[in-house]
Ligand binder design. Structure first.
Ligand code: DGL
Length: 267
């Protein structure tokens, strides 16, 4: 496979764009194909079986695109599906980092909050990671089912967001969480509202840069980095609402020369 083969990056919707942003920062030479399943988001309130079925549809699409690697820009599919997908595809898979390592290194009192989708919280993935690394740390998990539907509809500030941020995060403040993991790739879009509730002293961990770094390290180790003299081609594909997705992409990255496409996986 050529080193210039694309990297696939995927999420249930527009959230994974916050990961694409970090990947482009450290690997501007890579050709990228993003798939966001905006027609079927949110995934976080769906059953594990359905989440796994959708993940395989997306990975099959990436097989057809001859990717050299696929990066989960989705905590939910990482928690529920990564183990099921391992060894089944002819390309490397990189799961979304839980952010636990970064959180433990930044936290002083080891009271770690995690906000994520219902499916991710129910999977216990962050809690298991924390228990394995720092058994004495305390974890405060909180599912936030109201966030993704709002963010997918471009509601990233205003009363509705503030109210739900307040509802989910005030209890974390009350128990003295000093570090908060954003366990869903949609949440960096509402970072400002989250910051305004938790205050300036809480560390907010966005695991997107750790995920991008993990992908980079694997490509370096395998000698598979793309030609560094080129500017990578970036295709952002969505299963619905391409115009809306473009407006959200504009909020996190430079979209000059980025191609936007409608892709339906079910046909
Ligand atoms: N952005 C995804 C995640 O990181 C999933 C959001 C959803 O569709 O519920 O978990």
């Amino acid at each position: 496979m050529s080193n210039n083969a694309p990297i696939g990056i995927f999420d249930s919707g527009i959230g994974g764009l916050t990961v694409v942003k970090e990947i482009r920062k450290i690997m501007p030479q890579e050709n990228l194909i993003y798939f966001g399943d905006t027609a079927r988001a949110p995934y976080g309130s769906r059953s594990p079986a359905q989440i796994i079925e959708f993940m395989h549809q997306i990975l099959k699409f990436f097989s057809e695109q001859n990717v050299k690697m696929a990066i989960f820009a989705c905590n939910t599919m990482t928690a529920l599906g990564l183990n099921q997908a391992k060894e089944k595809y002819p390309f490397q898979l990189i799961g979304m980092s839980t952010g636990v390592e970064q959180a433990l290194s930044r936290s002083v009192n080891k009271n770690i909050g995690v906000i994520a989708t219902q499916a991710t919280i129910a999977s216990g993935s962050h809690g298991n990671d924390i228990k394995n690394t720092a058994p004495k740390a305390r974890i405060f998990p909180q599912a936030c089912p109201k966030f993704v539907p709002l963010i997918e509809n471009e509601v990233i500030n205003g009363a509705e967001i503030s109210e739900s941020v307040c509802e989910y995060l005030t209890p974390m403040k009350d128990v003295g969480v000093d570090t908060l993991i954003l366990g869903c790739t949609h949440y960096p879009f509402i970072n400002e509202s989250i910051r305004s509730i938790v205050g300036p002293d809480v560390n907010i961990v966005n695991p997107a840069s750790d995920t991008a770094a993990a992908a980079y390290n694997v490509l370096v180790r395998k000698g598979q980095l793309a030609d560094d003299k080129q500017q990578g081609r970036v295709r952002l594909c969505f299963s619905a609402g391409v115009d809306k997705a473009k407006r959200m992409a504009d909020l996190v990255m430079d979209t000059t020369n980025v191609e936007f496409e409608l892709v339906n996986l079910e046909v």
